[in-house]
Design a protein around this ligand. Structure first.
Ligand code: AKG
Ligand code: FE2
Length: 421
C-alpha cells in the first residue's frame, strides 16, 4: 500500500513514469477505469510505453473500430521518445502496409533497434528470424538466451526446445516456472549446454544483418486428389521452430471456438466445434508470424492479402470439429462479406505438433482421411474458381483421444480480403 501511495503522489505531481506504473498496478488490481485514466495521463505526459499501449488499442477489435493511421503516428512518436515496444509494433505495421507505407527494410531496422535496446520480445523475434533465415545460429542463441533470462517465456520455451542454450540448472528452473504458468510444448526439449553461453550485447547493425531474408526451399507436395475438391499434402511446410513459435504466440489468445451462424448476428459457440481457438489479429502479428503467413501463402500459390487472418486451434482429448464446410453460407447477412472478397475458396491446415492420438482430418464424402506430422500441411478446395461451393469438400477434425492437437488454419478468399490499402 505504501508503494502505491508513494506512486500516486509522484503521479499526481506529473511524473510520467509513475503515472504509467500506477496505471499498470491499478489494472492488475482490477480497477480498469482508473487505470485507463492514468494511462491517458501518462500518454499525454509523453511516456513512450503509455503511447504504445494506447496505439495498440487502436489496432484491436473489428476493422471498423481500428484507427491504424493514428496508431502508426502514435507509435512513431513513442519510437522517437525511445519506446522499444513501439518500435517492434511499428515494424509489424510497416511489414503489413497497415497505417504506414509498406517498408520491409524499415521494418527490420526498427526490430533491430528494439532488439539491440534489450526489448525481450524483440530479441526473441530477431533470434527466430535469424534461425529461420539460416543465419548466424550462435548470435541467435545469445539473443534467445538473453530474452529468456529477461523473462520472455516464449524465448524460454524456444530455448528449451532447441537445446544447447541453457545449462541443466537453468533448464530445470525454466521448466518449473513454465509448467506453473501453464506454458505449452514442455513435453520435449533438447540437451542442456555444457557451460553457460557468455552473454554478449549485439549491436543494432549486427542484429539487422541477421534478419535479411533467405528464400526457404519450397515444401515437397503430393496431390492426393486431382478432381474437385482438389487435395494436396505438403511435407514440412513449416520448420519445428516455426510450429513452436505459432503455438506459443497463439496460446495466450485462445478462447472456446466459435463458428459462423447463418441465423444469428456474429459468431456463436457450437457444440459441434469443441476446440479452443483464436485468430492472430493485426495487433498480435510480428515479423516472424508474418513471414510464416507469407511462406504458407507462397506454398499454395496464393496472395497473402487474399487470406483471412491466420487461425490456431487446440484440441484436447475428446474435442473435435464435426463435419462441416468451410465455404460461407450465402444468405443475406454473410453475402456482403462474400461480395467483398469472394468465397473461402481454399483452406490450408498446418499440423503444428506431434504426440497426440486421433485427430485426423476426415472427408466423409470422399472416403479420405489425413494426418500430418508437425509442420506438414493439407490444402483443399472449398469452391470452384467462380466461388460455387463444392459440397464434397465437407470435412471434420476427428476427436483427439490423447494429448493435444495444435493446428494452424488459413482460409483464402477468391479476392483481396485485407481491408486496408
Ligand atoms: O482439425 C481439423 O483437422 C480440421 C479443422 C477445420 O476443418 C477447420 O478449421 O476448418
Ligand atoms: Fe474446416
Amino acid at each position: 500500500m505504501n508503494e502505491i501511495n508513494a506512486l500516486r503522489a509522484r503521479a499526481n505531481a506529473g511524473d510520467a513514469a509513475a503515472q504509467y506504473r500506477l496505471a499498470a498496478m491499478l489494472a492488475q488490481a482490477g480497477d480498469a477505469a482508473s487505470a485507463k485514466e492514468w494511462l491517458e495521463k501518462a500518454a499525454a505526459s509523453g511516456h513512450p510505453g503509455a503511447i504504445y499501449t494506447r496505439a495498440t488499442e487502436l489496432l484491436s477489435g473489428p476493422p471498423a473500430h481500428m484507427a491504424p493511421v493514428r496508431a502508426a503516428d502514435m507509435l512513431r512518436e513513442a519510437v522517437e521518445k525511445g519506446g522499444l515496444g513501439a518500435a517492434r509494433q511499428l515494424a509489424a505495421l510497416k511489414t503489413l502496409g497497415l497505417g504506414a507505407a509498406t517498408d520491409r527494410r524499415g521494418a527490420r531496422a526498427l526490430l533491430a533497434k528494439a532488439a539491440a535496446g534489450g526489448h525481450p520480445a524483440a530479441m526473441r523475434e530477431a533470434a527466430a528470424l535469424a534461425i529461420m533465415a539460416g543465419r548466424d545460429a550462435a548470435a541467435a542463441d545469445i539473443l534467445l538466451r538473453t530474452a529468456a533470462l529477461k523473462g520472455d517465456w516464449i524465448a524460454a520455451v524456444l530455448a528449451l526446445r532447441r537445446g544447447g542454450i541453457f545449462t541443466d540448472a537453468e533448464a530445470q528452473s525454466a521448466l518449473s516456472q513454465l509448467r506453473q504458468a501453464g506454458a505449452p510444448l514442455l513435453d520435449r526439449h533438447g540437451p542442456p549446454a555444457a557451460t553457460a553461453t557468455q552473454p554478449r550485447a549485439l549491436r543494432e547493425n549486427e542484429i539487422a544483418a541477421l534478419l535479411e531474408k533467405n528464400d526457404a526451399p519450397a515444401p515437397s507436395r503430393k496431390v492426393l486428389r486431382e478432381t474437385a475438391p482438389r487435395l494436396v499434402a505438403y511435407e514440412k511446410a513449416l520448420t519445428p521452430l516455426e510450429c513452436d513459435y505459432v503455438i506459443c504466440a497463439a496460446a495466450p489468445l485462445l478462447t472456446p471456438s466459435a463458428v459462423v451462424d447463418p441465423r444469428a448476428a456474429g459468431a456463436r459457440q457450437e457444440s459441434f466445434r469443441t476446440s479452443d481457438g483464436c485468430a492472430i489479429g493485426v495487433v498480435d502479428l510480428d515479423l516472424v508470424l508474418f513471414a510464416i503467413w507469407e511462406k504458407l501463402c507462397d506454398a499454395v500459390g496464393a496472395l497473402t492479402p487474399n487470406s483471412e487472418l491466420m487461425g490456431v486451434l487446440r484440441y484436447r482429448p475428446g474435442q473435435e470439429y464435426r463435419p462441416h464446410h468451410d465455404y460461407l453460407p450465402e444468405d443475406e447477412k454473410d453475402y456482403s462479406e462474400v461480395r467483398r472478397a469472394g468465397q473461402r475458396a481454399h483452406t490450408l491446415l498446418v499440423y503444428l505438433n506431434d504426440g497426440f492420438a486421433g485427430g485426423e482430418t476426415i472427408f466423409p464424402r470422399l472416403g479420405l482421411s489425413f494426418r500430418g506430422r508437425a509442420g506438414d500441411a493439407l490444402y483443399f478446395q472449398n469452391t470452384d474458381e467462380t466461388g460455387v461451393p463444392i459440397e464434397d469438400s465437407q470435412h471434420a477434425g476427428a476427436a483427439v483421444s490423447a494429448g493435444e492437437k495444435w493446428m494452424l488454419t488459413l482460409w483464402i478468399r477468391q479476392r483481396r480480403f485485407w481491408f486496408w490499402k
